[in-house]
Design a protein around this ligand. Sequence first.
Ligand code: SF4
Ligand code: ZN
Ligand code: ZN
Length: 321
Amino acid sequence: MTNVGSKCRVCKAPAIIDLPRHNANFCADHFLELCRRQVVKAIDHFGMFEPDDKILVAVSGGKDSLAVWDLLLELGYRADGLYIGLGIGEYSEVSAGYAQRFAAERGLHLIEIKLRDDFGYDIPTAARATRRVPCSACGLTKRHLFDQAAIDGGYTALVTGHNLDDEAAVLLGNTMRWEIGYLARQLPVLPARNGFPKKVKPLVRLTERETAAWCVVRGIDYLVDECPMAAGNRHLGHKDTLNSIEAQSPGSKAAFYLNFLERMAPLLAAHSAEEREALQTCTRCGAPSAGEVCAFCRLVETASAHDPVPVELVMRGKGGR
Ligand code: SF4
Ligand code: ZN
Ligand code: ZN
């Protein structure tokens, strides 16, 4: 991860990672220290948690969600995990194992939902049945079930592992289309409001390279493979674009996102408040909804009535969209 012979900026011991945006190299201990500091800075700056918050972490088995769970526990927070079995073939089976082992080895509480068993569908089937792209059906499903589990379990904060690369890529996509509604809500903390839990992204100051390195140094075993349905996902293209800008000009990615939060997000706050007023309650599940029946309940109805579709059939380039 670094040049042979380079030294830690802090203690001059051999470095294990170079971080061009900090213009420095770090040894394992001081790299971990830097990550902790970045997370604490985000928590403090954005007022992410109250001391008595009961936290639920959305866990996928990948580096970001396991890193954020680990970091929050290390910083002294109470946090349980929630894993959703999306039914994306072998990928889901393997990812469940990583989440389960992480929790079991540390004596942590992991709530598990299986879409096929609990709601009668999986993501490949939902994508085919609704003619949505898989990530759209998946995102809708995850958002709803994470929110619902947090509310039902009495959790006061729902944490996701979104990192700086994720947020900057989404920001680039939303900016290129001037999606003002999405931009107004693209915040590292969304306060609780009628029927939604508080949503928090403590990793917004860490890149995905840093969260991966956190896991490696801490000995956390995580699923490296990408979801097979991610291929062609617009965000991946935006990440590549931002990475090439970052390579030319280290620090650009963080400046793009963090300066948006400082300078632009406050100007959009009024728009965000207007949108919040517009919600009603789903007559089927009681969740906040833009219409009489929420999008999740409509998705369940359509997808659970469809014959199961294997993941290969909806992957891009194989009849998927
Ligand atoms: Fe779901 Fe898309 Fe992520 Fe796969 S890549 S887990 S389909 S959102
Ligand atoms: Zn050091
Ligand atoms: Zn509903």
